[in-house]
Design a protein around this ligand. Structure first.
Ligand code: CA
Length: 235
């Protein structure tokens, strides 16, 4: 597993690099947002650990730029009083955050949890756990899942989805005609479901619908609301 650590404080970075290497992760360390984006362009990473307070730009800006090109999992490192940063980070498509000061062990545990959740999406052969009748995403005439590029196409057009939207779409595509509760959706698309609310799901569904509508320029409602129950993908 390749980790890109973006952290400008040497003491924190050194401790983390050591802890991650001990756990057999391969780690590259970037001191600035610019260096991180350059590194990301040159190599495939499985996860990015991103400090929010960087010298050249904020970690939020880095995440925004990453999201334009990749759904790679992002774990934010935030200051103790950075509540707004944490919320913004998750809204921007971050998967989880850890508040400073933290123990390296906590970071390793969070990374493992994020990668565990990401695994079913990266490896289509593995069905989504705890959701019955989950199968690999079928590529029908409407949707096509490019597993290598981690992109979903609708009527041949690649959808420009955030990481969470992408994960939500995969859960839907793998479970056609099945009502999925908000809890189930949270569970499969977020690394730390406790950090988000039902309204977050609703907001993401809204943006997914808008993107689907734009992609197919039609009026079909692929994702239906089942009031009081959840959502259903009707192919
Ligand atoms: Ca910093």
């Amino acid at each position: 597993m390749h980790v890109l650590l973006v952290e400008d404080e040497p003491a924190i970075a050194d401790t983390l690099v050591y802890a991650l290497k001990t756990e057999r992760f391969e780690v590259d360390h970037a001191l600035t947002g610019g260096a991180a984006l350059t590194a990301f362009g040159e190599k495939a990473y499985d996860i990015v650990i991103l400090d929010i307070g960087l010298p050249d730009m904020t970690g939020l800006d880095v995440c925004r730029k990453l999201r334009e090109i990749s759904p790679v999992p992002v774990l934010f490192l935030t200051a103790r009083d950075g509540v707004v940063d944490r919320i913004l980070g998750l809204e921007l498509g971050g998967d989880d955050y850890v508040t400073k000061p933290f123990s390296p062990r906590e970071i390793v545990a969070r990374i493992r949890a994020i990668l565990r959740r990401a695994a079913p999406y990266v490896t289509p052969a593995k069905p989504v756990a705890a959701t019955p009748a989950a199968t690999a995403v079928p590529s029908d005439t409407t949707f096509h899942h490019d597993t290598a590029a981690m992109r979903i196409h609708c009527h041949g057009t690649a959808l420009d989805l955030t990481a969470h939207e992408y994960k939500l779409m995969l859960v839907f595509l793998k479970n056609p005609n099945r009502v999925l509760t908000r809890d189930q959706l949270l569970d499969h698309a977020w690394a730390d479901p406790g950090a988000v609310t039902d309204r977050t799901i609703d907001a993401h569904i809204k943006t997914i619908r808008a993107k689907l509508k734009a992609a197919q320029a039609g009026a079909e409602d692929f994702i239906q609301t089942r009031r009081g129950l959840g959502y259903l993908y009707a192919p």
